[in-house]
Design a binder for this molecule. Structure first.
Ligand SMILES: CC(C)(COP(=O)(O)OP(=O)(O)OC[C@H]1O[C@@H](n2cnc3c(N)ncnc32)[C@H](O)[C@@H]1OP(=O)(O)O)[C@@H](O)C(=O)NCCC(=O)NCCS
Length: 154
């Protein structure tokens, strides 16, 4: 085992590796205000007949990722009332590491609208980061009877 001549060398090597990784991840720059709400790797069972990941599976993950912030703000049950916009910008492949970033766009009387951006990290040997999906969804706070209830303001 070799020991670095300068004890700081190991730390410098780690920080250089970290900086290089940060540079490779730079394309994964969500619009300001978005926060990471979900990371997941699709499996072969999530594929469609073309071998790409099934769009319905991606929509389900976006629905889950989009609900995180509204559920916190509504402090209780919510239901998805609308998918206002959904764009599949690039195909997703088995083994991609998907990161979902969400931002609250609007808080209404009983509803919360969220924007979700999805990035794929692929090919770890020569890392690529691609924005694959963007969506806009509205969730409604509901009471025990499934009826809309006001979003708490305090
Ligand atoms: C969600 C649900 C309770 C809303 O009931 P509703 O009687 O339609 O409610 P309202 O018409 O009063 O609308 C409630 C809010 O949703 C918003 N909304 C309703 N339809 C919308 C649409 N198509 N797009 C965006 N927002 C919509 C309204 O603007 C309102 O927001 P606000 O109070 O902030 O102004 C009812 O539609 C429902 O149960 N839908 C099924 C939900 C579901 O099963 N989702 C899938 C699984 S989570």
């Amino acid at each position: 085992m070799t020991t670095p001549a300068n004890p700081n060398d190991a730390a410098l090597g780690a920080s250089a590796a970290h900086a290089a990784l940060a540079a490779r991840l730079a394309p994964m720059a969500p619009t300001p205000g978005h926060e990471l709400t979900l990371r997941v790797v699709p499996m072969p069972a999530d594929s469609n007949a073309n071998g790409d990941i099934f769009g319905g599976w991606i929509m389900a993950q976006v629905d889950i990722a989009g609900a995180i912030l509204p559920a916190r703000i509504a402090r209780g049950r919510i239901a998805t009332v609308a998918v206002n916009q959904f764009v599949f910008k690039q195909p997703v492949s088995v083994g991609d590491l998907l990161s979902f970033f969400a931002r609250v766009e609007r808080i209404g009387t009983t509803s919360i609208t969220v924007n979700v951006e999805v990035y794929a990290e692929r090919n770890p040997g020569e890392l690529q980061v691609v924005k694959v999906t963007e969506a806009n969804l509205t969730y409604v706070a509901i009471d025990a009877h499934g009826q809309p209830r006001p979003i708490p303001r305090d």
